[in-house]
Design a protein around this ligand. Structure first.
Ligand code: AMP
Ligand code: MG
Length: 313
């Protein structure tokens, strides 16, 4: 932990676990260090990073004037899988925010993440630790697959408990808006604040430009083609049709399918936790196509279906 903190302070990149996905961290107050994140990931420079903190005090130091909803949300859901977009304080380097006058901040619940932020002594700028465009990593092996030779170290903390990414909430306008669904369900946010807006781009409005710049990219995509199926029967039919074609087929569903690479989940929460690892795992098996049984878009299901639609595009 001390070594990882030193590397970060010295301007190096260190991948680390959080409860959502593994982050690719750099000293968030050092523009040169943060620039290395974009290089290592092949990330477009218009896609800002999230600053990770280990206290509310550290959060306040990074932000300008906070709205009432930002204060309420921070008090209720931090530490946890929620990212708040707030007005930024002047001392944050432009590379971190991609030139925006707002900054995205998160206080993760994962103990290793908190300890690392304290060891570094600075906020840690970190997007997910995958190559740009591929599924986010939820274990150290998946990070290594994408980042070997590109970064100084990986802090291995085992698997991520939430798996999906954080919920991004814009608190800088009059009406609070969800920019990316994630680990904190919209229903819980509304339980605290009353009705909130969903960024129109999330509802498939074609012309809408997403307010979280990262949401416009084709994310989360495995190499295999992804096909979404509403029922298990549909998957059965598709698999039967492919028999005899000697194709390698992957299936992610609530029941096992014999004769293919089958990955089983119990409910939306388990699919959220395991989806990215399943996709990466099935890619390693070199399947051509992955059939996925979809889940209802309530609770964590909204975040899962948002990622699945992007993967299936
Ligand atoms: P990642 O951690 O890889 O999921 O990337 C961070 C996400 O946060 C991306 O989708 C960014 O577009 C989004 N983000 C970061 N800063 C801001 C900001 N100031 N306003 C809106 N979205 C942001
Ligand atoms: Mg990402």
């Amino acid at each position: 932990m001390q070594k990882a903190g030193e590397l970060l302070r010295g301007g190096e990149l260190v991948a680390f676990p959080t409860e959502t996905v593994y982050g690719l961290g750099a000293n968030g107050l050092d523009g040169e260090a943060a620039k290395k994140i974009y290089e290592a990931k092949g990330r477009p420079s218009d896609n800002p990073l999230i600053l990770h903190v280990a206290s509310l005090y550290q959060f306040k130091e990074l932000s300008g004037k906070l709205s009432r909803s930002a204060i309420l949300l921070a008090g209720e859901f931090w530490p946890g899988p929620m990212t708040l977009v707030v007005k930024k304080n002047k001392h944050i380097p432009d590379v971190v925010t991609a030139g925006l006058d707002t900054v995205a901040v998160r206080y993760p619940a994962n103990r290793d993440a908190q300890e690392l932020i304290r060891a570094a002594g600075v906020p840690i700028a970190a997007p997910s630790a995958n190559l740009s465009g591929s599924p986010s990593p939820t274990n150290a092996r998946d990070v290594l697959e994408d980042m070997e030779g590109r970064i100084a170290a990986i802090l291995d903390g085992g698997g991520c408990s939430v798996g999906g990414e954080s919920t991004i909430i814009d608190t800088t306008t009059n009406r609070v808006a969800i920019l990316r669904p994630g680990g904190i369900p919209v229903e819980m946010v509304e339980g605290l604040l009353g009705a909130v807006q969903l960024d129109p781009a999330l509802q498939g409005v074609e012309a809408a430009v997403p307010k979280a710049p990262g949401m416009k990219y084709r994310h989360y995509a495995p190499k295999a083609k992804v096909v979404l199926c509403q029922t298990f029967q549909e998957i059965g039919a598709a698999v039967r049709e492919n028999r005899g074609k000697k194709r390698k087929i992957g299936v992610i569903a609530q029941k096992r399918v014999v004769g293919c690479f089958s990955r089983v989940y119990r409910d939306g929460a388990e699919l959220a936790e395991k989806l990215f690892a399943f996709l990466r795992d099935l890619d390693r098996k070199q399947v051509e196509i992955i059939y996925v049984e979809t889940v209802l878009e309530t609770g964590i299901g909204l975040a899962v279906m948002n990622r699945l639609r992007k993967a299936a595009r």
